[in-house]
Design a protein around this ligand. Structure first.
Ligand SMILES: [Zn+2]
Length: 119
């Protein structure tokens, strides 16, 4: 899941995939709620989810978009291409669509982030 305190710096919480179906992932509602509650206690919000595509580009598929919440973020990591892309899921004219956002992982951007000891 993707958490953030300020809306810019993203924090990733790794969860075990709760389905055994190949090519799919599932976060059960009680697990989602538990992470959300713990995030809130730490002053963070859940902005969305992240997952990997083991054999595909980092582009959300129809199932990804269908299961996403409108207004949420979706980070996808392409395992083969070793590339991550960040998407915002929006509802337009009754249909959910994914719009790519800029994911700044440059050394300059990372250097500006507060270090763990500064928090
Ligand atoms: Zn996917």
């Amino acid at each position: 899941m993707i958490l953030s305190q300020d809306g810019f710096q993203l924090e990733l919480i790794h969860l075990r995939n709760q389905t055994l179906q190949p090519g799919q992932f599932l976060i059960k509602q009680d697990v989602y709620q538990s992470v959300k509650d713990r995030a809130k206690k730490r002053g963070r919000r859940v902005l969305g989810i992240f997952h990997s595509h083991p054999i595909g580009e980092a582009i959300p598929g129809p199932g990804d978009i269908k299961s996403a919440t409108s207004g949420s973020l979706m980070l996808i990591y392409d395992v083969c291409g070793r590339e991550a892309k960040l998407w915002k899921i929006r509802k337009l004219r009754g249909h959910r669509r994914a719009a790519e956002l800029v994911l700044d992982t440059s050394e300059e951007a990372v250097a500006k982030l507060p270090r763990a000891a500064d928090k």
